[in-house]
Design a protein around this ligand. Structure first.
Ligand code: ZN
Length: 375
């Protein structure tokens, strides 16, 4: 018997199964459960929801919030972890004045349709802006926008689009290329990595969840589960906190030297504003917020770009419920959810490790010493 023998069973085959598993595990654990109905239906016309589960002290001031499915299709990963944590009975080990708040499928549309984006073609992780200010500019995207999603995926038009991208890429280099492509854009509502024109339903829902559950909290730690960047199975905990701040120091205290600090350039692409980090930290001025974006590597990044382009083409020019959808959706799903036992086991190991460290950190423990700080 190995440590995560039941790893497979915590991970689901689709959104509906994931929701079912989450709600069953949450109610078996005695959680306080909440439901938020998404305005858009799933591919079979079914209703979609974001669900929440609160475990531990009902009035806890120390709260660990764990999000799954910010990028829709990436939800298989975070959902699997949440279900496994609940089934393992980890809530029984929570300290006094401490709670865990699971937010399941914050972008249920993307999860159900196997898309990164939401029902408005918005990348939720570019949408948590301060909307009272103009959105960040991305001149590189404007330069290549016309070549990113050709109206056919093969033939002369696709070849010309590929040539445009290759020339741009060679001229600016790899990092600026991915920054132009993926750091977010606010000029093309039908394009890739579109950040929206205002707070989307998922953004407003997360704010409603925080109002409902975190008004009394003084110490909030958040882990937002993602997939698709980095080496296969490796769970990179990335911090958007400004270097030198108390929060940046806390991230190291909680999670140790394995943290990547985005503002130090230790992780790419650099997104100036819009990730969940910014929405959560702005929404909780009354609390001490420690935020980590947890990114699990899958396959090489270029395959991700190709898979996202095909999916964008499918929803713009094809039929997302027709026969041509199947290979495109399969490739996208594999890119953001390697459905393999070793990958799931790695997700569970790292997920449990980081959650345990966050909970210990909120009790005053220091990651480097593995025990409570006494001096
Ligand atoms: Zn993601």
């Amino acid at each position: 018997m190995h440590l995560f023998e039941d790893a497979q069973s915590a991970f689901s085959a689709d959104y509906a199964q994931a929701r079912d598993a989450f709600l069953h595990a949450a109610s078996a654990a005695g959680a306080r459960v909440g439901h938020y109905a998404c305005p858009a239906p799933g591919p079979r016309g079914e209703a979609l929801h974001t669900d929440t589960a609160w475990l531990g002290d009902p009035g806890a001031r120390k709260v660990l919030m764990v999000l799954s499915g910010t990028h829709g299709v990436e939800g298989f990963c975070g959902s699997g972890f949440q279900v496994h944590w609940l089934r393992a009975g980890m809530h029984r080990q929570l300290a006094a004045d401490t709670a865990v708040l699971f937010v399941h499928a914050i972008n249920p549309y993307g999860f159900a349709w196997l898309r990164r984006v939401n029902e408005d073609n918005v990348d939720l992780n570019r949408n948590y802006l301060d909307w009272s200010r103009p959105p960040p500019e991305n001149p590189g995207y404007a330069e290549i926008a016309h070549a990113l999603v050709p109206s056919r995926l093969d033939g002369p038009e696709a070849a010309e689009a590929d040539a445009v991208l290759a020339r741009f890429r060679q001229r600016v280099g790899e990092v600026p290329f991915y920054r132009a492509l993926a750091s977010g854009q606010f000029i093309d509502p039908q394009g890739l990595f579109y950040g929206g024109s205002g707070p989307t339903w998922s953004n407003r829902t997360l704010h409603a969840v925080m109002r409902e559950y975190l008004g009394q909290a003084t110490d909030v730690t958040c882990i937002d589960f993602h997939t698709g960047l980095g080496p296969y199975g490796h769970g990179d905990l990335m911090s958007d906190h400004e270097p030198g701040t108390d929060a940046a120091q806390r991230v190291r205290q909680f999670w140790g030297d394995g943290v990547s600090e985005i503002r130090r350039g230790q992780s790419l692409p650099l997104v100036p504003d819009g990730p969940t980090h910014f929405g959560v930290t702005r929404a909780l001025p009354h609390a001490r917020v420690t935020f980590g974006t947890l990114e699990f590597g899958t396959y090489e990044r270029e395959l991700g770009r190709v898979a996202l382009r095909a999916d964008q083409w499918l929803h713009l020019h094809g039929d997302p419920t027709g026969p041509q959808a199947l290979p495109i959706k399969q490739a996208l799903r594999r890119q953001f959810y390697p459905d393999t036992a070793d990958w799931k086991e790695a997700v569970l190991f790292r997920g449990h490790q980081l959650v345990r460290m966050a909970l210990a950190g909120m009790q005053g423990a220091c990651a480097q010493r593995g025990q409570p700080v006494r001096d």
